[in-house]
Design a protein around this ligand. Structure first.
Ligand SMILES: [Zn+2]
Ligand SMILES: [Zn+2]
Length: 330
């Protein structure tokens, strides 16, 4: 006989939550997921009910679960969805389709930044640069900057991102193992802006395991991408997530405990760790630790690479012509 849901005590349980020693039916699981979002937002005072909250949507399950979960948890809240079209062949078109279907279904206004149209290059173009094997690095830098720009255009002061428990603990562990304390401090659940050009960044899914985002999105019939990014590779964070996965099999609450310990550690570190001194990027005006920020440097790198390629392809037929003439002369 199937187990009965712990909450409603009437429907068959389908979702087992081993860390809470609880099994729920799909409806009660969805309510449990939404309650956790509400509690997380309140615990860290992420935003106020009168704020307009921007939600960074990628087309994936996490941000779909976030947008829908916020709508359910805070029915009166004004939400605006923000998306960056990265121009990755096939993948980005697929993501944009899902994002459009999601926001249409939830009747949420959508703002899209089209990288190729606005800046003249796509993330795929980084294949021509020294980043060819680690495209996630410049892609992350560019996305972070453009979400700030999109949020500003949309008049949004708070930006919610779909980082889940696995992402957050995986990144915390990676920075911890690298001894990168100033970066670890920046992983707090609410990151205040460093300049008026930036938004306050919040992570309402911080306590939601990745697997539950997937279940929630599936049970809620949300459209989300079913293909992977062609550039995603075995990053250090991914490897540490696999390590956490293995540890969680022994102790189902391992990730939750690790998160809570890091959350206690961060305010202590914050008092003792000096953040690198910040100046203003002389190109874009955003806070930066160098004269020109990482975003502007990467944009310049890819644009210069494309320009050199264009010059070469213009010259090539000429050069071939010269070579032919020389051959005729002989
Ligand atoms: Zn139930
Ligand atoms: Zn800059």
């Amino acid at each position: 006989m199937p187990a009965i849901c712990r909450r409603c005590r009437s429907k068959p349980a389908e979702v087992r939550l081993p860390y809470a020693r609880m099994s729920l039916c799909p409806d009660c699981f969805r309510r449990y997921f939404e309650d956790r979002i509400r509690r997380t937002v309140e615990e860290f005072k992420m935003f106020k009910s009168q704020d307009t909250v921007g939600v960074a949507v990628s087309g994936g399950k996490d941000s779909a679960a976030l947008l829908h979960g916020l709508r359910q948890a805070f029915p009166g809240l004004k939400l605006v969805a923000l998306h960056v079209d990265l121009g990755i062949k096939k993948y980005s078109e697929h993501c944009l389709e899902k994002v459009r279907a999601l926001t249409r279904g939830l009747e949420v206004e959508l703002h899209v930044f089209d990288l190729k149209r606005e800046l003249g290059f796509s993330i795929d173009d980084f294949r021509l640069t020294p980043y060819r094997r680690k495209i996630c690095a410049p892609c992350g830098t560019i996305k972070r900057h453009l979400f700030d720009e999109l949020a500003r255009e949309a008049g949004v002061k708070v930006l919610a991102t779909g980082h889940n428990l696995d992402d957050v603990v995986g990144t915390m562990l990676t920075t911890f193992l690298a001894g990168d304390w100033s970066q670890l401090v920046r992983l707090k659940p609410v990151l205040p802006p460093l300049s008026p050009l930036q938004t306050r960044k919040v992570k309402p899914l911080l306590r939601s395991p990745e697997w539950e985002d997937l279940l929630y999105a599936a049970y809620s019939d949300l459209p989300f991408r079913d293909i992977g990014c062609p550039h995603a590779g075995g990053t250090r964070v991914r490897r540490n997530q696999e390590l956490l996965e293995a540890l969680s099999r022994r102790n189902p609450a391992f990730r939750h405990q690790t998160l809570n310990n890091f959350l206690r550690l961060i305010p202590i570190l914050e008092k003792h760790v000096d953040q690198p001194p910040l100046t203003t990027c002389r190109r874009c005006g955003y806070p930066s630790s160098a004269e020109v920020c990482a975003y502007c440097r990467r944009v310049e790198l890819v644009k210069n690479t494309l320009e050199k390629r264009r010059q070469r392809s213009k010259l090539n037929p000429l050069l071939r012509g010269i070579n032919r003439d020389q051959a005729n002369d002989i």
